[in-house]
Design a protein around this ligand. Structure first.
Ligand code: AMP
Length: 574
C-alpha cells in the first residue's frame, strides 16, 4: 500500500456515513474508492474498470448516498446488476452504509420475486433501487417504477450484463431516465458494446483504472484456493492442520473480521491474536513480540496494522480475504520469506473474484498455483500422525510402570483384549477432536444462490459464450427435458434462456443442461424432480416477449400442448 492512501475522513463523506464505516471496521479506502468517491461526490460521470473484490460497491454507494435527498421519497439512484445475488449484495451494502441516515430506504428488485411485495415496497418510495434489468423493465412498463426523479444511475458489472443478454434492456432503461442524471459504469472488461453505451449515455466520464505495478516475489511459493464446497473458516483450519508452519499471518479485510477470526481460531486451539488499527501502538508492539517469541503462532491482521511487519518466524501468509489491489497483495505476502528464508502464501478467492486473481498474477509476473482443500482423509492422516508423535514422546519421556500394571489389571477385570482396551482409550483420548472430520453436506441442486458465478468462471477461462447444443458443460446428475415456447423465430439465443432460467429460478447455471433452439420452441434440460411451484413459476416467465409456458417432455419425447394463444409482452424478464 502506498503512503499516500487517504483516510475515509479525508473524503468529505457525511458524518453518519463515516460513522457506519467505523462500525463496519473499514480501515482505509481501497484504491478504487479513493479515486471514485471524490469524482462521484462532485457529480461527475465515472467509468470504473474494476473487478469484484476491489471494493467497487462502496466506491459508488458511499458518494451516491451522500448526495441523496432524504426528505424526498422517490427513486433517486438506480443500480442495474446482472443477477439477483449481486442486486441483493449491493442493496445490503447500501443498507449497511446508510444505517445512520434517517428515512433512507433501498429496495432490491429482481426476477423470481413476488410482484405484490415489490409493488408495495415501491409505493413506499425507496431512494435507491437496485435491480436486474428484466424486472426493472417490467416495472417501468407497468408504470410501477417512477424514474422521473432519478439523479444517478449505476451499471454494475456491465460486461456480465452483456454476457447474459441484458444489454438491450439496459439501453432501453437508460433511455427512459432523465438526461441530466449522473452515470457510473463498472466493468472488468470494455467490449465494444459497452464502449458504445459509455459514448451514448455518459458525459465525459473519467476513466478509473487501478494501475498495477509489477513486482517480483521469488522466494515465496504462492497458492490459491477457490472458495467453494466448504466455508472459509473450516477450510482455513484444514489447511492449518495439514501445512507445516512456524509463524502465520492471516489477512482479513476489516478490523472487526480480524477480531472475530482470531477468536474463532483460538476456540479451535490455535494460539492466535488480532492485530489491527484499533489497538494502540503499545498493544500492537506487545502482540508482535509475542509472535516473535513464540508465545503466539498466528496473527490475524489488517493491511494497515501489518505494514512493515518483519518477523523471521512467519513462514505462511494466508490472504483470508482477497486484497483490494495488487500492491497490497505484494506487500502482504512479503511478510513471509524474510531474511532469505522460503515462505509460502495462500490466497482465498471467491469464484467472483477470479479476475482479481488474474490481475495479481499479471502484476507479480508469477503464476499462482491452484490448490485443493486437503481432503478429509488427509486431515485424518495428519491427525493420526501427530497423535503417533505424541505417543512416542510419552513413551520416551514418561515413567509408565504404573500404567502398564493398570492395563493388565483392567483387561483382566473387564475380560477384554488389550486391543479392545486400546481402541476404547483412543476413542476417549480424541473425543474432543476426532481423527475423522464430519461428512460434508450435499449441495442442493435447486435454489443455489451462486448462479452467475459459474457462468463468470467459464467466461474467464476463455471458453466461448454458450450458443448451441454441446457448447455448455453437461451438469452432473439425472436431467429432465422441458419444452419452452420460445424459439429462433422470436430471436431467442441460448444466453437469454440461461440468463432467464438462472435468475427466475434462482438456480446455479451449471445445473442447466443442453439447450436446443427450434423454430418456434426450444428445449432445455434441467435437474430431475423440479419442485412443482418452481415449474409453475417458469410457466409464467417471459423470454423475448413470449410466455415460455414450460412443460416437461415425457420419456417418449412427446409433450401435451396446452392450447392457449401466447400472450404478447414487450420484453422478457431478467
Ligand atoms: P466489492 O468489490 O464491492 O464486492 O467488495 C468486496 C468486499 O470488501 C465487501 O465485502 C466489502 O464489504 C469489503 N470492503 C469494501 N471496501 C472496504 C474497505 N475500504 N475496507 C474494508 N473492507 C471493504
Amino acid at each position: 500500500m502506498s503512503t499516500e492512501t487517504p483516510l475515509f475522513s479525508d473524503l468529505h463523506l457525511p458524518e453518519p456515513v463515516l460513522k457506519a464505516l467505523v462500525e463496519l471496521g473499514y480501515e482505509t479506502p481501497s484504491p478504487i474508492q479513493a479515486q471514485c468517491i471524490p469524482l462521484l461526490l462532485d457529480g461527475k460521470d465515472v467509468l470504473g474498470m474494476a473487478q469484484t473484490g476491489t471494493g467497487k460497491t462502496a466506491a459508488f454507494a458511499l458518494p451516491l448516498l451522500a448526495n441523496i435527498d432524504l426528505k424526498l421519497n422517490k427513486p433517486q439512484v438506480l443500480v442495474l446488476a446482472p443477477t439477483r445475488e449481486l442486486a441483493i449484495q449491493v442493496a445490503e451494502a447500501f443498507q449497511a452504509y446508510s444505517r445512520h441516515l434517517p428515512n433512507f430506504h433501498v429496495l432490491p428488485i429482481y426476477g423470481g420475486q413476488n410482484y405484490g411485495l415489490q409493488f408495495k415496497s415501491l409505493k413506499r418510495g425507496p431512494q435507491v433501487v437496485v435491480g436486474t434489468p428484466g424486472r426493472i423493465m417490467d416495472h417501468l412498463s407497468r408504470g410501477t417504477l417512477d424514474l422521473s426523479g432519478l439523479r444517478a444511475m449505476v451499471l454494475d458489472e456491465a460486461d456480465e450484463m452483456l454476457r447474459m443478454g441484458f444489454i438491450e434492456d439496459v439501453e432501453t432503461i437508460m433511455a427512459e431516465t432523465p438526461e441530466e442524471r449522473q452515470t457510473a459504469l463498472f466493468s472488468a472488461t470494455m467490449p465494444d458494446q459497452i464502449k458504445r453505451i459509455t459514448k451514448r449515455y455518459m458525459r465525459q466520464p473519467t476513466e478509473i483504472k487501478i494501475k498495477a505495478k509489477t513486482s517480483t516475489v521469488e522466494n515465496i511459493e504462492q497458492k490459491a484456493w477457490i472458495v467453494r464446497g466448504a466455508n472459509k473458516l473450516d477450510a482455513l483450519t484444514r489447511m492449518l492442520e495439514t501445512e507445516e508452519f512456524d509463524g502465520v499471518i492471516i489477512f482479513a479485510r476489516t478490523k472487526t473480521a480480524t477480531v472475530e477470526l482470531a477468536e474463532k481460531l483460538e476456540a479451535r486451539g490455535y494460539r492466535s491474536s488480532a492485530l489491527n488499527g484499533d489497538m494502540n501502538q503499545a498493544l500492537r508492539e506487545r502482540t508482535v513480540s509475542r509472535l516473535k517469541s513464540g508465545s503466539l503462532d498466528i496473527l490475524v491482521a489488517t493491511d494497515v496494522a501489518a505494514r512493515g511487519l518483519d518477523v523471521e518466524r512467519i513462514s505462511l501468509v494466508v490472504n483470508y480475504d482477497i486484497p483490494t489491489d495488487t500492491e497490497s497483495y505484494v506487500h502482504r505476502i512479503g511478510r513471509t520469506g524474510r531474511a532469505g528464508r522460503q515462505g509460502k502464501a495462500i490466497l482465498f478467492v471467491a469464484p467472483r473474484e477470479r479476475r482479481l486473481l488474474k490481475a495479481i498474477e499479471r502484476a507479480t509476473r508469477q503464476p499462482i498455483t491452484m490448490m485443493d482443500l486437503p481432503t478429509r482423509s488427509e486431515v485424518t492422516q495428519k491427525r493420526i500422525e501427530s497423535f503417533q508423535t505424541e505417543v512416542q514422546k510419552v513413551l520416551e519421556a514418561e515413567k509408565l510402570e504404573f500404567y502398564l500394571e493398570l492395563v493388565g489389571q483392567l483387561t483382566n477385570e473387564l475380560e477384554i483384549s488389550q486391543e479392545d482396551m486400546t481402541a476404547a482409550l483412543l476413542y476417549m483420548a480424541q473425543k474432543d477432536k476426532p481423527f475423522q472430520l464430519p461428512e460434508e453436506p450435499v449441495r442442493e441442486r435447486f435454489s443455489d444462490r451462486d448462479g452467475r458465478r459459474e457462468r463468470g468462471d467459464r467466461a474467464e477461462r476463455g471458453d466461448r459464450a454458450p450458443r448451441e447444443r454441446g457448447d455448455r458443460r453437461k451438469p452432473e446428475g439425472p436431467l429432465d427435458t422441458y419444452r419452452i415456447e420460445v424459439g429462433r423465430e422470436h430471436g431467442v439465443q441460448v444466453k437469454n434462456i440461461v440468463g432467464a432460467i438462472a435468475n427466475e429460478g434462482n438456480m446455479n447455471s451449471r445445473f442447466i443442461g443442453d439447450i436446443v433452439l427450434h423454430n418456434d420452441y426450444s428445449t432445455v434440460q434441467l435437474p430431475q424432480n423440479m419442485p412443482a411451484d418452481l415449474l409453475k413459476h417458469f410457466q409464467k416467465v417471459y423470454i423475448c416477449q413470449q410466455q415460455i409456458r414450460m412443460q416437461k417432455v415425457d420419456e417418449a419425447g412427446t409433450y401435451k400442448p396446452r392450447r392457449r394463444s401466447p400472450k404478447k409482452r414487450d420484453h422478457r424478464k431478467g
